[in-house]
Design a protein around this ligand. Structure first.
Ligand code: 5CA
Ligand code: ZN
Length: 401
């Protein structure tokens, strides 16, 4: 299994040993799962399937960002308790993923479940001189402890994940949850590790840090480390997470155990609608749950996703769903008999396509080729060949006909 590492843009072996370890950043559960989320989780699901097929023991971990500013803001705006909102949306997400045949993670952790581990990690970074306190006059109790930030100068490899220049990093930090203009920080990009309690915000016992809640990046660093050990094979998510999220979480991981974070970073392209990235903040969403309510076959949704290369940006359209529905019908007709054209070379081709940086469009085209031959009728049908195709689709691509 080779994949294109998004840090170096080189093809690399995805997992060198028998154990293959994967961390994929999970949802922030304040709104329902849209096609962009679905495409990201389906892509990493195919990676897990290809690994299993190649004989690896897969260990997959993910998180739910069940405490974060956007979630708390949405809960306040709609008058719902943030815990209820998170629980409700996480359950809906799980249903959507089940419908899309995404194999669940082995470890699936909320932030609220790892607070003591995050506190201990931040204490380690402070003791190592890799973090510092920033005064918080607006904290509920201003006892002088302050918020805690990572000092990025402590990490000589900072920047290796995304490879961006300073100006770009600053712009993206501002757009994607950072606070480059916060007074009192040593450097604009330094990320928040621990936020002291503010009025109306949830907070937990933070030991020597004082009551508060975790920053975003440290959460994923700690969950990945505790679930998979360091270093692990692949860290994944959408391309919007390459910077700052994966740059920062990898930096934290490096400093925590004098180790490394992920060996390889993989980022999926952004799915858009009408030319704009699908996002909860923009509201241009096609929800998986809505499609399900409308009676759309989830396998067609999955096929529509797999028709695109995972790393490309693409737009969801009604047409892409319609052609996926037709494709599924076509495959169903083609596998309906007992015999058909020999399927071994198709299976080998699908395996080779997936081993080549998860080339799912080529894999689907190979199934199309076999289906055309099958429906044209073959002089010398091989018994059981349609079953091989059905099982290839099911096991490797997660499409049950
Ligand atoms: N909870 C954090 C990660 S720790 C988070 O980014 N949550 S999220 O709900 O905003 O996104 C969940 C996953 O879907 C992330 O991997 C994100 O990169 C991906 N994602 C978000 N929007 C899109 C999109 N339009 N296309 C493809 N993937 C997307
Ligand atoms: Zn994450």
């Amino acid at each position: 299994m080779q994949v294109r590492d998004s840090s170096t843009d080189r093809l690399v072996v995805a997992a060198a040993g028998q154990d293959a370890t994967l961390y994929v950043c999970g949802i922030t559960p304040y709104d329902a799962t849209h096609l962009g989320h679905a495409a990201t989780y389906v892509a990493f699901d195919v990676l897990g399937r290809a690994w299993r097929d190649a004989g690896h023991r897969v260990r997959y971990a993910s998180n739910v960002t069940d405490v974060d500013d956007p979630l708390l803001e949405r809960a306040t705006a709609t008058g719902v308790d943030w815990r209820d909102l998170a629980a409700e949306q996480t359950a809906l997400y799980a249903e959507d993923m089940t419908a899309l045949a995404v194999i669940p993670p082995d470890v699936y952790s909320g932030v609220v479940e790892v607070i003591p581990a995050v506190v201990a990690a931040v204490e380690v970074l402070l003791a190592a001189g890799a973090a510092y306190r920033v005064p918080t006059p607006d904290a509920l109790v201003d006892d002088g402890l302050g918020d805690v930030y990572a000092d990025l100068t402590a990490d000589i490899d900072f920047g290796a994940v995304a490879g961006l220049d300073d100006d770009t990093m600053r712009t993206l930090s501002h757009e994607r949850g950072g606070d480059p203009d916060r007074p009192g920080k040593r450097a604009p990009l330094d990320p928040l590790l621990w936020r002291r309690e503010r009025a109306g915000e949830p907070a937990w016992d933070g030991g020597s840090l004082g009551r508060g809640r975790p920053g975003w990046h440290i959460e994923c660093a700690v969950i990945a480390r505790d679930a998979l050990g360091l270093p692990f094979d692949v860290e994944g998510g959408g391309s919007d997470l390459q910077f700052p999220h994966h740059e920062m979480s990898t930096s934290h991981a490096r400093l925590l155990d004098e180790g490394r974070g992920a060996r390889v970073h993989l980022h999926t392209g952004m799915v858009g609608l009408d030319g704009h990235k699908m996002s909860k903040s923009r509201g241009n969403l096609v929800l998986v749950s809505r499609l399900r309510e409308e009676g759309v076959d989830p396998m067609a949704v999955r096929a529509a996703i797999l028709a695109h290369r995972y790393r490309d940006d693409w737009d969801w359209t009604d047409e892409s769903l319609r052609s996926a529905q037709e494709r599924i019908e076509f495959w169903r007709r083609a596998v309906s008999g007992n015999g058909g054209p020999d399927a071994e070379s198709t299976l080998a081709g699908v395996r080779a396509a997936l081993a080549d940086d998860l080339d799912t469009p080529t894999a689907l085209a190979l199934i199309d080729d076999w289906s055309h031959l099958s429906l044209a009728g073959t002089a010398d049908p091989v018994e059981g060949a349609p079953g091989v195709i059905s099982r290839t689709l099911d096991a490797l691509l997660g499409i049950r006909l």
